[in-house]
Design a protein around this ligand. Sequence first.
Ligand code: SAH
Length: 231
Amino acid sequence: MKFNIITIFPNIIKSYCSETILKRAQQNNLITVNPVYLRDFTEDKHQTVDDTPYGGGAGMVMKPEPLYKALKSLDAIPFRKADGLSKVKKIFSGDVKKKKRTILLSPRGRQFDQRIAEEWSKYSELTFVCGRYEGVDQRVVDHMIDEEVSVGPYVLAGGELGALIIIEAVSRLIPGVLGNEESLKEETHTLEGVEYPQYTKPADFKGWKVPDVLLSGDHKRIAEWRREISR
Ligand code: SAH
């Protein structure tokens, strides 16, 4: 699975992905994390990626041209939207054969959840567009991406954290990324309710005790207790 992240802050992505499970997943060739520096796709000497909004208003808006060039270089613009492609080419296009998806991080988007993570873990390539400032030119939304996705009902300063949330949630569902595959099965959100509470040693800490049933060794009773408390 390949993750492309179009951003003006590639170091945020590199830094987070160079530790722990995402680091190991890359070393084991299970995932590829490809931060793409948006300013490399500008033509002016200041490497401008934003401009003032038409119609006035506060803040800056991300320009469409650098994002178009960056997405084009990744072959990540959905074919039904891309211009100038022949029908034949559409049939053999990457997103048909390879299952790609291009996502704009946006507080206006569909709320990302575990079900979407499961669906996307079967894809071979996800491309993220990280907004900054007041967001991106609407023509990016209308013509260059598959969909807008939000990581929660609040406004962040940029899409990078959102991209990392999705990369982590999706990666850990890819076979081999987590050490213990069993841990995936019995998890909050995958199950209908929430995951049961977990305890480890000591059995008594400051008088706060681990439930007796967990010390009983009776696996049937333990399973029942966990099912009951998870509802
Ligand atoms: N003016 C915009 C907010 C821009 S925030 C508005 O009111 O809708 C700047 C960027 O941060 C966005 O373009 C988006 O990429 C990212 N972002 C902010 N909140 C987000 C959220 N909840 N989920 C995903 N991305 C978010």
